[in-house]
Design a protein. Structure first.
Length: 130
């Protein structure tokens, strides 16, 4: 009975992560629609769009991976995309292109994705201590 419950919880957390990643990508899109139209902001925005949407795309790809190695590679790419997104969001905030009240919650959410992905990678590799 415990194993069945554990599997259900695992399926729900995977689904929740996919849904959260999708909603996060939508938030980024809405942010980018409101950015100033100058060259610098638009250039950073394009980079952010690529990295932020890559988190969800690679998380979904990981779920259908054909091997443990493939699964880990997709999660690693999602983690790298989360770290890159933190950089672009921080740059938008610190350059004063976007108000910190708008950016900080997105940065926090990105940080949470990075933590979840990092923990998942360590678990898959068997390096995580419980």
């Amino acid at each position: 009975m415990q194993k069945a419950k554990s599997k259900d919880t695992n399926k729900n957390s995977k689904k929740d992560l996919k849904v959260k990643a999708y909603c996060y990508a939508l938030k980024i899109i809405h942010l980018l629609e409101r950015l100033p139209k100058d060259y610098i902001t638009q250039t950073i925005g394009k980079q952010l769009l690529r990295s932020a949407t890559s988190i969800g795309a690679n998380t979904i790809e990981a779920q259908s991976a054909s091997s443990k190695k493939d699964f880990t590679n997709f999660l690693n790419h999602a983690l790298k995309s989360a770290n890159e997104s933190k950089f672009w969001l921080g740059l938008l905030r610190d350059s004063k292109k976007v108000n910190s009240e708008i950016i900080n919650p997105l940065l926090q959410e990105t940080h949470e994705f990075a933590n979840i992905l990092g923990a998942s990678i360590l678990t898959v590799k068997g390096e995580r201590n419980f």
